[in-house]
Design a protein around this ligand. Structure first.
Ligand code: HEC
Length: 111
């Protein structure tokens, strides 16, 4: 009985951690957006609303193939997209953009 309880407790804790991490990523992604994308695409609300949630999801698949394609003629954007920083930030960016995609009904609190 004791074992079952602690397994349940551990499960709850993992879920709790997971929820926090997801939220942190959206915040991280928003920060990254403001730093990296805003100068070309305007504030976060506008930027995320460029695409639907589904489109954002696909944009970052396979090493962000679609995302790269959108920017292939912009050397400045490509320089960032080919950097190590982009690799690190991409999952957070995706979380943020997905959360506020045009069909999400969500609006970022600031940005
Ligand atoms: C140096 C400028 C620059 C930066 C930085 C940049 N982009 Fe772009 N982006 C462009 C240009 C230029 C295009 C292609 C023309 C267009 O559709 O506006 C484009 C296209 C896009 C498109 C497709 C638009 C469409 O109508 O299909 C999306 C979505 C997008 N960018 C999102 C982002 C996000 C998110 C970031 C940050 C990670 C970012 N961009 C960073 C310049 C930039």
């Amino acid at each position: 009985m004791k074992k079952v309880t602690s397994a349940l407790m551990a499960g709850t804790m993992v879920l709790g951690l997971f929820a926090t991490a997801v939220n942190a990523d959206i915040k991280k992604g928003q920060k990254a957006y403001l730093k990296k994308c805003k100068k070309c695409h305007g504030n976060g609300t506008k930027g995320a609303a460029m695409k639907t949630q589904k489109e954002w999801e696909h944009a970052f698949e396979n090493d962000a193939t679609i995302f790269r394609d959108w920017h292939k003629s912009d050397t400045k954007a490509m320089k960032f997209i080919n950097s190590k920083k982009f690799k690190k930030l991409a999952p957070h960016l995706k979380d943020f953009l997905y959360e506020y995609g045009s069909d999400s009904g969500n609006i970022p609190s600031c940005g």
